[in-house]
Design a protein around this ligand. Sequence first.
Ligand code: ZN
Length: 478
Amino acid sequence: MTPAERSAPAPLAPETLAALRASVQHGLPRAIAELSELVRIPSVSWDGFDPGHVQASADRTADLLRELGVFDEVLVDRAPAPDGTLGQPAVLARRAAAPGAATVLLYAHHDVQPPGAESDWSSPPFEPTLRGDRLYGRGVADDKAGVMTHVAAIRALVNAAGEPEVGLVVFIEGEEEFGSRSFGALLERHRDLLAADVIVVADSDNWSIDTPSLTVGLRGNATFSLTVSTLEHASHSGMLGGAVPDAMLATIALLATLHDADGAVAVAGLRSHDQRVPSIPEQRVRDEAGLLDGVSTIGRGELLHRLWAQPAITVTGIDAPSVQNASNTLAPSITVKISARIAPGQAPDEAFAAIERHLRAHAPFGAHLAFASIDLGAPFLVDTSGWAVDEALAAMEEAWGTEPQQVGVGGSIPFIAQLAETFPEAQVLVTGVEDPHTRAHSPDESLHLGVFQRAILTEAVLVTRIQRRARAQGHDVH
Ligand SMILES: [Zn+2]
């Protein structure tokens, strides 16, 4: 069933929504001040940066959560990474649900990317600076705004409606920008504390500063190297060329079978995901990619369907004689690196098997193939059949006053699949406070303060809706 075929959840009572709106507005100056305080702590989680700042950032975040006065416990913890080193400090908090009420987990991360050269910034990266509607600084959007969205939404809820009945879990990671190395160990160690019915991951994007989006799909990936061999050794291309195939010929012929004449992937068994996408003008993609005059796009269907919901295959590297060293010989073997994006809904091992089967079936002249360095990442598809998606879309519409977009992203956030695996019963919602001008990870990262306010209100409305729903449905909240 598509969301449109289901009946939308009822709107919040106007006085409830008005009270939340007023409470969020009233709390906004304090939220911006506390966000600025967090941004002044340069919590870069990478090796080679002072881990004391990440600890200070975790401690301040824990204090902000304690000051809310609603949690049974707030703790800062570090768990080991797979290589045995200790991960960066995460902050965890839990408030038990009233009997029959659901529990919501709110995720964000308090660590940031390195700032890069300070001279590339218009104002110092760790001195939050307001210009127009935007606050500038490293981490101001990604993802300290996510941290403060959770804090400010809970505060607004309590101020508007008193102590919540809904259970609340907050999980603020300390090394998302460094590969979430200890994420799995933290999930293991705190499984009971973190258990929830709905998980809100506030670390994604919005369609624009006026239109919210719910991220519902992330592509996975399959990366590997492929060696194509036809000869035991190199030979003079004049003596034997034309009678025996060189590996370059075989490689070119083989790689050419991966796409059809439109440039669409032509591998049987690689699936697309059936999803509706918004239309965007081709010029937007042309501009973003820097497509040259006269060069066409590739593939078929809506552009965003190609980017979010269809597979893609790119040859990203090739080991072969360089042009300068190209003697007149038949190359015996060639190695290429292939990077495939997998549509949501397909398991990465199944997708890789389809690609391998295709390559073996199409190997020209009986060329020998060897596969190595296989790296697979799972796509993630939000199960939009759950009620939490309906409530989230309704909350966005109430908070922003406009219909939200359901969007995909071309890349993957591996930890989301990890969360969903650990808590298979939970409904996952991927939200965010970024917008197309945020420039996360880049100089002049910024947060639009209108988006910040609407994101806080969205979350306060969403939690209120979940609380109302759980109350109405007793224990049937799963
Ligand atoms: Zn982030």
